[in-house]
Design a protein around this ligand. Structure first.
Ligand code: AP5
Ligand code: MG
Length: 191
Protein backbone atom coordinates (compact mmCIF):
# COMPACT_ATOMS: atom_id res chain seq x y z
CA UNK A 1 0.00 0.00 0.00
CA UNK A 2 1.01 3.58 -0.58
CA UNK A 3 -0.33 5.98 2.01
CA UNK A 4 0.20 9.71 2.54
CA UNK A 5 -0.09 11.13 6.07
CA UNK A 6 -1.06 14.78 6.21
CA UNK A 7 -1.46 16.81 9.37
CA UNK A 8 -0.28 20.02 11.00
CA UNK A 9 2.91 20.08 13.10
CA UNK A 10 2.43 17.89 16.16
CA UNK A 11 -0.62 16.04 14.81
CA UNK A 12 1.09 12.70 15.47
CA UNK A 13 2.20 11.82 11.94
CA UNK A 14 5.55 10.42 13.06
CA UNK A 15 4.08 8.67 16.11
CA UNK A 16 1.34 6.97 14.11
CA UNK A 17 3.59 6.22 11.14
CA UNK A 18 5.93 4.23 13.37
CA UNK A 19 3.06 1.96 14.42
CA UNK A 20 1.54 1.67 10.99
CA UNK A 21 4.73 0.68 9.15
CA UNK A 22 5.27 -2.07 11.66
CA UNK A 23 1.92 -3.63 10.97
CA UNK A 24 1.93 -3.02 7.20
CA UNK A 25 5.64 -3.91 6.80
CA UNK A 26 6.35 -1.01 4.48
CA UNK A 27 9.04 1.69 4.78
CA UNK A 28 8.36 4.98 6.56
CA UNK A 29 9.39 7.89 4.38
CA UNK A 30 9.49 11.04 6.51
CA UNK A 31 11.03 13.94 4.61
CA UNK A 32 11.44 15.82 7.92
CA UNK A 33 13.44 12.93 9.43
CA UNK A 34 15.60 12.50 6.32
CA UNK A 35 16.34 16.22 6.22
CA UNK A 36 17.16 16.36 9.95
CA UNK A 37 19.54 13.41 9.54
CA UNK A 38 21.17 15.15 6.59
CA UNK A 39 21.44 18.30 8.69
CA UNK A 40 23.11 16.39 11.54
CA UNK A 41 25.52 14.74 9.08
CA UNK A 42 26.22 18.18 7.56
CA UNK A 43 25.75 16.95 4.00
CA UNK A 44 25.15 19.41 1.18
CA UNK A 45 21.39 18.73 1.34
CA UNK A 46 21.44 19.03 5.12
CA UNK A 47 23.18 22.41 5.03
CA UNK A 48 20.68 23.70 2.50
CA UNK A 49 17.70 22.34 4.46
CA UNK A 50 18.92 23.92 7.69
CA UNK A 51 18.38 27.37 6.18
CA UNK A 52 14.62 26.66 6.20
CA UNK A 53 13.90 24.07 8.90
CA UNK A 54 15.27 26.09 11.81
CA UNK A 55 12.89 28.98 11.12
CA UNK A 56 9.91 26.72 10.42
CA UNK A 57 9.80 27.42 6.68
CA UNK A 58 9.33 24.76 4.02
CA UNK A 59 12.41 23.66 2.10
CA UNK A 60 12.16 24.27 -1.68
CA UNK A 61 10.00 21.78 -3.55
CA UNK A 62 12.98 20.63 -5.61
CA UNK A 63 14.92 19.67 -2.48
CA UNK A 64 12.01 17.69 -0.99
CA UNK A 65 11.45 16.03 -4.37
CA UNK A 66 15.12 15.04 -4.62
CA UNK A 67 15.02 13.37 -1.22
CA UNK A 68 11.88 11.40 -2.06
CA UNK A 69 13.07 10.40 -5.54
CA UNK A 70 16.28 8.98 -4.00
CA UNK A 71 14.44 7.06 -1.31
CA UNK A 72 11.91 5.58 -3.75
CA UNK A 73 14.75 4.00 -5.73
CA UNK A 74 15.42 1.58 -2.88
CA UNK A 75 13.95 -1.85 -3.55
CA UNK A 76 12.11 -1.94 -0.21
CA UNK A 77 9.71 0.70 -1.58
CA UNK A 78 8.39 -1.74 -4.15
CA UNK A 79 6.21 -3.29 -1.45
CA UNK A 80 4.66 0.05 -0.58
CA UNK A 81 5.47 3.18 1.36
CA UNK A 82 4.12 5.44 4.07
CA UNK A 83 4.78 9.07 3.17
CA UNK A 84 4.95 11.31 6.26
CA UNK A 85 5.17 15.04 5.59
CA UNK A 86 5.35 14.66 1.83
CA UNK A 87 3.76 16.00 -0.29
CA UNK A 88 3.24 19.36 1.40
CA UNK A 89 2.49 21.53 -1.62
CA UNK A 90 0.53 21.06 -4.83
CA UNK A 91 3.80 21.03 -6.76
CA UNK A 92 5.04 18.17 -4.56
CA UNK A 93 1.77 16.29 -5.08
CA UNK A 94 2.41 16.46 -8.82
CA UNK A 95 5.98 15.28 -8.29
CA UNK A 96 4.67 12.34 -6.28
CA UNK A 97 2.26 11.43 -9.08
CA UNK A 98 5.13 11.46 -11.56
CA UNK A 99 7.45 9.43 -9.36
CA UNK A 100 4.80 6.81 -8.65
CA UNK A 101 3.96 6.60 -12.36
CA UNK A 102 7.64 6.05 -13.15
CA UNK A 103 7.67 3.16 -10.69
CA UNK A 104 4.28 1.90 -11.97
CA UNK A 105 2.76 2.44 -8.56
CA UNK A 106 -0.44 4.10 -7.35
CA UNK A 107 -1.48 5.94 -4.23
CA UNK A 108 -4.12 4.09 -2.19
CA UNK A 109 -5.01 6.45 0.64
CA UNK A 110 -4.43 9.91 2.09
CA UNK A 111 -5.00 10.34 5.82
CA UNK A 112 -5.57 13.80 7.25
CA UNK A 113 -4.90 13.81 11.00
CA UNK A 114 -6.85 16.61 12.68
CA UNK A 115 -5.99 18.16 16.06
CA UNK A 116 -6.93 21.63 17.40
CA UNK A 117 -4.12 24.16 17.41
CA UNK A 118 -4.06 24.69 21.22
CA UNK A 119 -3.33 21.01 21.75
CA UNK A 120 -0.69 20.99 19.00
CA UNK A 121 1.19 23.84 20.66
CA UNK A 122 1.16 22.00 24.01
CA UNK A 123 2.50 18.82 22.40
CA UNK A 124 5.28 20.62 20.54
CA UNK A 125 6.42 22.71 23.49
CA UNK A 126 6.56 19.55 25.61
CA UNK A 127 8.58 17.68 22.96
CA UNK A 128 11.14 20.48 22.45
CA UNK A 129 12.73 19.54 19.10
CA UNK A 130 15.01 22.22 17.55
CA UNK A 131 12.13 23.80 15.62
CA UNK A 132 9.66 23.53 18.53
CA UNK A 133 10.14 27.15 19.59
CA UNK A 134 7.30 29.71 19.52
CA UNK A 135 8.27 31.59 16.34
CA UNK A 136 9.10 28.51 14.19
CA UNK A 137 5.94 26.78 15.48
CA UNK A 138 3.82 29.74 14.36
CA UNK A 139 5.54 29.71 10.97
CA UNK A 140 5.02 25.94 10.58
CA UNK A 141 1.28 26.36 11.24
CA UNK A 142 1.13 29.20 8.70
CA UNK A 143 2.91 27.13 6.08
CA UNK A 144 0.57 24.24 6.72
CA UNK A 145 -2.51 26.44 6.21
CA UNK A 146 -1.12 28.22 3.18
CA UNK A 147 0.70 25.45 1.32
CA UNK A 148 -0.54 22.08 2.57
CA UNK A 149 -4.26 22.59 3.24
CA UNK A 150 -5.01 22.92 -0.52
CA UNK A 151 -3.88 19.29 -0.87
CA UNK A 152 -6.90 18.16 1.10
CA UNK A 153 -9.24 19.31 -1.63
CA UNK A 154 -6.91 17.91 -4.28
CA UNK A 155 -6.98 14.41 -2.77
CA UNK A 156 -10.65 14.58 -1.76
CA UNK A 157 -11.41 15.20 -5.43
CA UNK A 158 -9.70 11.92 -6.23
CA UNK A 159 -11.65 10.06 -3.59
CA UNK A 160 -8.48 9.24 -1.63
CA UNK A 161 -8.92 11.44 1.45
CA UNK A 162 -9.99 10.22 4.88
CA UNK A 163 -10.10 12.51 7.89
CA UNK A 164 -8.84 11.08 11.17
CA UNK A 165 -9.65 12.55 14.57
CA UNK A 166 -6.15 12.90 16.06
CA UNK A 167 -7.34 13.76 19.59
CA UNK A 168 -7.28 11.02 22.23
CA UNK A 169 -4.70 8.53 23.39
CA UNK A 170 -2.11 7.37 20.87
CA UNK A 171 -3.77 3.93 20.83
CA UNK A 172 -7.18 5.44 20.13
CA UNK A 173 -5.80 7.34 17.16
CA UNK A 174 -3.99 4.20 15.93
CA UNK A 175 -7.27 2.29 16.07
CA UNK A 176 -9.00 4.95 13.91
CA UNK A 177 -6.16 4.90 11.41
CA UNK A 178 -6.16 1.13 11.21
CA UNK A 179 -9.87 1.14 10.46
CA UNK A 180 -9.37 3.61 7.61
CA UNK A 181 -6.42 1.61 6.25
CA UNK A 182 -8.35 -1.65 6.52
CA UNK A 183 -11.23 -0.14 4.52
CA UNK A 184 -8.92 1.19 1.80
CA UNK A 185 -7.03 -2.10 1.67
CA UNK A 186 -10.26 -4.00 1.09
CA UNK A 187 -11.15 -1.62 -1.75
CA UNK A 188 -7.73 -1.85 -3.41
CA UNK A 189 -7.77 -5.66 -3.20
CA UNK A 190 -11.21 -5.76 -4.88
CA UNK A 191 -10.07 -3.44 -7.68
P1 AP5 B 1 8.36 17.48 9.87
O1 AP5 B 1 9.44 16.73 10.50
O2 AP5 B 1 7.48 16.78 8.92
O3 AP5 B 1 7.57 18.22 11.01
P2 AP5 B 1 6.06 18.72 11.18
O4 AP5 B 1 5.18 18.56 10.00
O5 AP5 B 1 6.18 20.09 11.73
O6 AP5 B 1 5.47 17.71 12.16
P3 AP5 B 1 6.10 17.12 13.47
O7 AP5 B 1 7.13 16.11 13.13
O8 AP5 B 1 6.48 18.21 14.42
O9 AP5 B 1 4.80 16.46 14.09
P4 AP5 B 1 4.15 15.05 13.84
O10 AP5 B 1 2.83 15.24 13.19
O11 AP5 B 1 5.10 14.08 13.23
O12 AP5 B 1 3.85 14.64 15.32
P5 AP5 B 1 4.65 13.66 16.30
O13 AP5 B 1 4.25 12.26 16.04
O14 AP5 B 1 6.09 13.98 16.28
O15 AP5 B 1 8.99 18.72 9.09
C1 AP5 B 1 9.92 19.55 9.74
C2 AP5 B 1 10.47 20.57 8.76
O16 AP5 B 1 11.16 19.90 7.69
C3 AP5 B 1 9.44 21.45 8.06
O17 AP5 B 1 9.09 22.56 8.84
C4 AP5 B 1 10.20 21.83 6.78
O18 AP5 B 1 11.17 22.81 7.06
C5 AP5 B 1 10.94 20.56 6.45
N1 AP5 B 1 10.18 19.66 5.57
C6 AP5 B 1 9.84 18.37 5.83
N2 AP5 B 1 9.18 17.83 4.81
C7 AP5 B 1 9.08 18.81 3.87
C8 AP5 B 1 8.49 18.85 2.57
N3 AP5 B 1 7.86 17.80 2.05
N4 AP5 B 1 8.55 20.03 1.89
C9 AP5 B 1 9.18 21.10 2.40
N5 AP5 B 1 9.76 21.12 3.63
C10 AP5 B 1 9.72 19.98 4.35
O19 AP5 B 1 4.00 14.09 17.67
C11 AP5 B 1 4.32 15.35 18.25
C12 AP5 B 1 4.38 15.21 19.78
O20 AP5 B 1 3.08 14.86 20.25
C13 AP5 B 1 5.31 14.07 20.24
O21 AP5 B 1 5.95 14.46 21.40
C14 AP5 B 1 4.35 12.90 20.51
O22 AP5 B 1 4.84 12.04 21.49
C15 AP5 B 1 3.09 13.63 20.94
N6 AP5 B 1 1.85 12.91 20.60
C16 AP5 B 1 1.61 12.19 19.46
N7 AP5 B 1 0.36 11.69 19.47
C17 AP5 B 1 -0.20 12.11 20.64
C18 AP5 B 1 -1.48 11.91 21.23
N8 AP5 B 1 -2.44 11.19 20.63
N9 AP5 B 1 -1.73 12.50 22.41
C19 AP5 B 1 -0.77 13.24 23.04
N10 AP5 B 1 0.48 13.45 22.54
C20 AP5 B 1 0.75 12.90 21.35
MG1 MG C 1 7.01 14.20 12.41
Amino acid sequence: MRIVLIGPPGAGKGTQAAKLVECLRIPHLSTGEILRQAQAAQTQIGKQAALYIDDGGLVPDALAAQVVAERLKHPDCQRGCLFDGFPRTLVQAEVLDQLLAEHRQVLDLVLNVQVPEEELVQRLILRGRGDDRPAPIRRRFREFDRMTRPLLEFYAGRGLLQNIDGVGTMDEVTERIQQAVGGAKGLSEKA
